[in-house]
Design a protein. Structure first.
Length: 270
């Protein structure tokens, strides 16, 4: 069963691509037709590929993985932040910082510095500093919060990156590719899909289209979390029963991971 209907996609304008003179020929397989100088996206493919993407996100999270949401364009910022927070995943809605993935150790050090400065401020020790020093510390906290608030809970690089507008977020795509982290993305007709493992052909400019598809990815995350919780409960129950029966500490049994969905990286020519 499809996770989204053709009607919902049409009503949200997911099918509207860019002007034909702005297209990337590598998106030709995902284009249905041209109308009044605008490319129309093949929504049958969008439905099929969104189903696949939904399953990948769900299974990634069910296996204990993390999905990073990325959308720094004005139309996407609010939605990406809200949906990522709703499903409890990290996000980037301000400028992508170089090395966010490929130099994660440095990013993690910045997060630790943010935590240290906040602890200093909240402990009252900042009162011992001059007014100017206290102001400088608060400004640094504010600067780091703007850049890192969405990823400060991350302990490692994510297992999957979800991107709105790969043309704008080309640095994020590149870093994920370097680390062999799968990329799932909303890809418009003016974008290069070759760095994307899970292409969802879609209008990536209309707010309604962004809201619809980002919410579906967040729903997949929540379903994956629910499945993981069920698996953990199912594993714990037999072990607890054995422990009660034999009255001795149970041996931890390693959980069999779910099979990871394959990639659909497309290698279309120009």
């Amino acid at each position: 069963m499809a996770v989204i209907s053709m009607k919902a996609l049409l009503e949200s304008g997911v099918h509207f691509g860019h002007r034909t003179n702005k297209w990337d020929p590598r998106m030709k397989p995902y284009i249905f037709t041209e109308r009044n100088g605008i490319h129309i996206i093949d929504l049958q493919q969008t439905v099929k590929l969104l189903n696949q993407a939904y399953n990948v996100v769900r299974d990634t999270v069910a296996n204990g993985g993390t999905v990073m949401f990325v959308g720094t364009k004005r139309q996407a910022q609010e939605t990406v932040k809200e949906e990522a927070e709703r499903c409890g995943m990290p996000y980037v809605t301000e400028r992508w910082l170089g090395g966010m993935l490929t130099n994660w150790s440095t990013m993690h050090a910045r997060i630790q510095e943010l935590n240290r400065l906040e602890e200093l401020r909240d402990s009252g020790d900042i009162a011992r500093l001059t007014k100017k020093e206290g102001l400088l510390i608060q400004r640094e906290i504010d600067r780091l919060l703007i850049r890192l608030s969405g990823v400060r809970a991350m302990k490692r690089v994510p297992e999957l990156v979800f991107i709105v507008d790969v043309a704008r977020e080309d640095a994020a795509v590149h870093e994920a590719n370097v680390l062999n982290i799968p990329v799932l993305a909303m890809v418009d007709t003016n974008c290069n899909p070759l760095g994307v493992d899970y292409v969802v052909p879609s209008n990536d400019d209309a707010i309604r289209a962004i809201k619809l598809l980002v919410a579906k990815v967040a729903d997949a995350v929540l379903e994956g979390k629910a499945l993981r919780k069920e698996d953990e409960s199912a594993e714990a129950a037999p072990a607890a029963s054995i422990e009660a029966k034999f009255e001795k500490p149970r041996t931890q049994v390693e959980r069999n991971p779910r099979p990871r969905a394959g990639k659909n990286r497309r290698n279309q020519g120009g």
